[in-house]
Ligand binder design. Structure first.
Ligand code: NIG
Ligand code: FE
Length: 418
């Protein structure tokens, strides 16, 4: 099956070779091709070129497309790779939304028994089937706005049964093979009430009981810890990362959301794939990141929703840190998985240029899930995972005209999903 996408206004991130992280000025380099064609064979990108050369190309290669899709006026670019979500959960938390309107902070709501513990209590009563059904609805929802790959965290179980349940749901999502998915174990999301005064016992449960079971069932690719005041200390995080490393789970951690405790420096030391949030960063944090391979994953939807500072993207990029953008889709701090909104917020509130926001949401998101060789650019041999927009003038129009869905169709593994 060969599909021909013809008369494309512009293909963005059209790269002949698979490319990885771009730092500083290079983060503005979006290679593009105008008045272009794209060929897809089964689930892969076969090639691309200029319309002028199409007939010659097809003749020389003896290619007879089975279908032609006319893309006049439209852009094609890689599907969004959302590398930080918590989209397996059971209940939304709109009451906390009202509490916030009435003046309570995220931390005050958590202290009153809301927040993560509230979600964990509700998840304890849900079955795997129910969780899978609601997660699939959310996946369908985020595909409508262009998401073509996901990282999904546990972290609303906070018990042996609960964490295994949520990770098994993520495994079932993976097995459906609808889109590329990575799973992250976030048992260290918050201390359950019964362990409030006995951290050691919970850390032991995570290290000595949960991790071996997770490894035996191959339920996780990465290890996450919410390193924050009133959650997990830097020392506790390090203990957990060391334990996870024995099972081959690399760190992807929540750090510096409200306070800079030294979690970034420690995570870099443990060769974290990514450090996520970073609404509060210090000079030392930036220094340690810029000379590392650790990706800084910024989550502007969370800043908007819980009204906290936006991460200093400009400073990070200019210093040479690798920056990705993700949605943080979760019921408490970012109840949206819309990556177009994330791109708009990055431009409007974090001073990222549209090209930088695009790279951060595609190839850098893919790299933050170690999938940069399969997805994240339009490259021959990579998976045919891309977005076709409605007719628009340029990539700049997308984050500019915020709040509108610019996705006309989404292809994943060469199949039209939207
Ligand atoms: O990334 N900060 C920690 N975890 C999530 C929020 C989880 C929740 O409030 O349910 C986050 O913002
Ligand atoms: Fe998160």
């Amino acid at each position: 099956m060969i599909k021909l996408f013809s008369h494309i206004r512009e293909i963005l991130l059209a790269e002949c070779e698979p490319v990885g992280i771009r730092r500083k000025e290079r983060m503005k380099d979006v290679h593009s091709l105008s008045d272009a064609w794209l060929l897809v064979k089964d689930d892969q990108i076969l090639d691309f070129g200029k319309m002028d050369d199409l007939t010659c190309y097809l003749n020389t290669h003896g290619i007879y497309p089975t279908e032609e899709i006319n893309c006049t006026g439209r852009l094609i670019f890689p599907a969004f790779a959302d590398s930080h979500t918590h989209l397996v959960f059971t209940a939304t938390r709109e009451q906390e939304f009202v509490d916030k309107i009435n003046g309570l902070t995220y931390e005050e709501i958590a202290a009153r028994g809301g927040g993560i513990l509230n979600s964990a209590e509700k998840l304890a009563h849900a079955t795997e089937e129910e969780l899978l059904e609601s997660a699939m609805q959310r996946i369908n929802e985020v595909m409508q706005t262009g998401t073509g790959a996901l990282e999904i965290k546990s972290g609303y179980g906070l018990s042996m049964e609960g964490e295994l349940k949520i990770l098994r749901v993520i495994k079932s999502i993976k097995e459906k093979n609808i889109l590329p998915v990575k799973a992250t174990f976030l048992g260290a999301h918050a201390y359950p009430r019964m362990y409030k005064e006995n951290h050691t016992a919970y850390l032991d449960l995570l290290r000595h009981e949960l991790l071996p079971n997770i490894a035996a069932e191959q339920l996780a690719d990465y290890m996450d810890v919410f390193c924050e005041a009133n959650y997990f200390s830097v020392q506790e995080m390090e203990l957990l990362l060391e334990a996870a490393a024995k099972y081959g789970l690399k760190p992807k951690v929540h750090v510096n959301q409200f306070n800079s405790l030294g979690g970034i420096v420690a995570a870099v030391k443990h060769q974290a794939l990514s450090v996520d949030h970073l609404e509060v960063v210090t000079y030392d944090d930036i220094e340690s990141l810029k000379s590392s391979n650790t990706i800084a994953t910024l989550l502007p939807g969370c800043s908007l929703f819980i009204n906290i500072p936006f991460a200093p993207a400009r400073e990070l990029i200019d210093a040479g840190v690798a920056v990705a953008l993700a949605s943080d889709y979760n019921p408490g701090s970012a109840p949206s998985g819309n990556m177009q909104l994330v791109m708009s917020l990055a431009c409007m509130r974090m001073k990222m240029l549209p090209e930088e926001a695009l790279i951060a949401s595609t190839i850098h998101g893919a790299a933050a899930m170690e999938m940069q060789h399969q997805i994240g650019t339009i490259t021959p041999g990579k998976k045919a995972n891309f977005i076709i927009t409605h007719p628009v003038s340029s990539i700049t129009y997308l984050p500019y005209a915020f709040g509108t869905n610019h996705v006309s169709s989404l292809y994943i593994y060469g199949r039209r999903m939207v």
